[in-house]
Design a protein around this ligand. Structure first.
Ligand SMILES: Cc1ncc(COP(=O)(O)O)c(C=O)c1O
Length: 387
């Protein structure tokens, strides 16, 4: 640290110049991320209420009420007006809280959790930090978890099953009603990771598409992750953890006695946590209503389908599976997919690379013009590689 600080203008200038080298969502070049440009209203209220701390919640009863309303709205979206939960730092924290609750409520000593091979790596982190054994189960030909294998993996140590509603790699939805049947029969906690799909599937359904049941409408769905900082257009950090009822949430509640507001209960990993995040999510839910989210999802899906068709028209390339939501997996039986990703990155496309495919996420900041430019570069890359 310098002895004497710099004037604000030089600090700002330096930041502008240094950070201008980074990728921005608004450029349309980030086509492999589940985050997007936060909506202007969210930015506005986020900065306006930046000082609010939900960790010391007794200082802000009005804000606590806003968080409860936010969870209630998300609960209604996921078929449960009685859902209880929090806006947290992201899907990782939400998934970990869900498994923590399952562990705390189980009476077992060596807890095991059954997780699809397609699940996000946050479950590996959660299992490692919570001392759980994670049993990974393979996928069927549609990239969903193999339900028979799940059933066979249940043993006396199993405490929970995880299903994903919008897998990270391909946006696939696991057969949740079958997982629910197993969870009912074996008396297990079923956690649904709808970090991405939570802000897509309910709106797709309202748009008339056939969407399988995945939420609290299914018995034994005890918790759901739904992230406003993905398709909810909220600023980072804004994940969501919803429990089926208050007693599940209470399983991870902690009492803190010394805070300025007095005796406080926290049921998140973060102590001090952003009230501004909650306010921004509340503002967006109120401002958008279902209709605007439907419009956003419809527009992303239109581009997704067009992109999928165009990819299929390129020699040597194909899609991994028909998109369920605004995620396209692109594979090749001829070219090394890592090589293609490398070439695209050299051309300043921020694509996401999985072991057997490149993932394109058509987020709201991605417009058709960006996709056209991308397809042009993709065709050039394939031609150069000898397609
Ligand atoms: C399905 C799913 N769950 C959880 C997460 C983790 O979310 P975060 O990065 O907000 O912690 C992701 C991130 O992409 C995800 O795709």
């Amino acid at each position: 640290m310098e002895n004497e600080g710099l004037p604000q203008s030089s600090v700002l200038n330096e930041l502008e110049s240094r950070l201008s080298r980074d990728f921005t969502h608004s450029s349309g070049r980030i086509i492999g991320s589940m985050c997007t440009c936060p909506h202007p209203l969210a930015r506005k209220v986020y900065t306006r209420f930046l000082d609010r701390n939900l960790g010391d919640s007794e200082l802000s009863p009005a804000l606590v009420k806003l968080e409860k309303e936010t969870i209630h709205i998300l609960g209604l979206l996921l078929s449960n007006p009685k859902a209880s939960g929090h806006i947290v730092t992201g899907g990782t924290e939400a998934n970990t809280l869900a498994l923590w609750a399952a562990k705390k409520l189980s009476k077992k000593n060596h807890c095991e959790v059954i997780v699809p091979a397609s699940a996000h790596y946050s479950f590996d982190k959660a299992a490692d930090s919570l001392g759980l054994k994670m049993v990974k189960v393979g996928l069927n030909s549609r990239f969903q978890v193999d339900v028979e294998a799940v059933e066979k993996s249940v043993n006396s140590n199993t405490i929970a099953i995880v299903g994903v509603a919008g897998t990270t790699g391909l946006g696939v939805v696991d057969p949740m009603s079958e997982l629910s049947e197993i969870a009912v029969e074996k008396d297990l906690h079923l956690h649904v990771d709808a970090a991405f799909g939570g802000f897509v599937l309910p709106f797709l359904k309202e748009l008339g598409f056939s969407v399988p049941d995945f939420d609290f409408s299914l018995p034994r769905v005890c918790s759901i992750t739904i992230d406003p900082h993905k398709m909810g257009l909220a600023p980072i950090p804004a994940g969501g953890i919803l429990f089926r009822n208050e007693s599940l949430r209470k399983a991870v509640a902690w009492n803190v006695s010394y805070l300025a507001g007095g005796e406080t209960e926290q049921a998140t990993f973060a102590g001090t946590r952003s009230g501004a995040s909650v306010i921004a999510v509340w503002a967006l839910l109120k401002h958008f209503g279902k209709e605007s989210y439907k419009r956003i999802v419809r527009s992303c899906m239109r581009l997704t389908w067009k992109l999928a068709r165009e990819i299929q028209n390129i020699n040597g390339l194909d899609i991994v599976t028909e998109p369920t939501m605004n995620i396209v997996g692109r594979k090749s039986g001829i070219f090394d997919i890592r090589r293609i990703a490398q070439e695209l990155r050299l051309r300043k496309w921020a694509v996401s690379l999985f072991p057997n495919h490149i993932r394109i996420v058509v987020m709201p900041h991605v417009k058709w013009q960006h996709i056209e430019e991308f397809l042009e570069d993709l065709k050039n890359v394939v031609n150069e590689l000898g397609g």
